[in-house]
Write a protein that binds this ligand. Structure first.
Ligand SMILES: [Zn+2]
Length: 75
């Protein structure tokens, strides 16, 4: 179970995934590091706001790697 110190923040604050600071539970932007944050999970940690740009870039980089492997070895 969690410690009493963690219980104190339950429902009132969530933890910023970027800077690990407790921020208001309804905050959409961390006031400390200015990063966008999502809703709090059951563990009190804020979800990272969906970062579609880096998600798409990840897919593109994997696709580029796959094409490179095909081009370099399987042609
Ligand atoms: Zn933060």
């Amino acid at each position: 179970m969690s410690t009493s110190d963690e219980n104190k923040y339950e429902r009132h604050a969530k933890k910023c995934p970027e800077c690990m600071t407790y921020i208001p539970v309804d905050a959409n932007v961390c006031p400390v590091c200015k990063k966008r944050v999502g809703k709090a999970t059951e563990s009190g940690m804020a979800r990272k706001a969906t970062d579609w740009m880096s998600y798409i870039m990840l897919i593109i980089s994997w696709a580029a790697l796959a094409v490179y492997i095909w081009w370099a070895f399987l042609r």
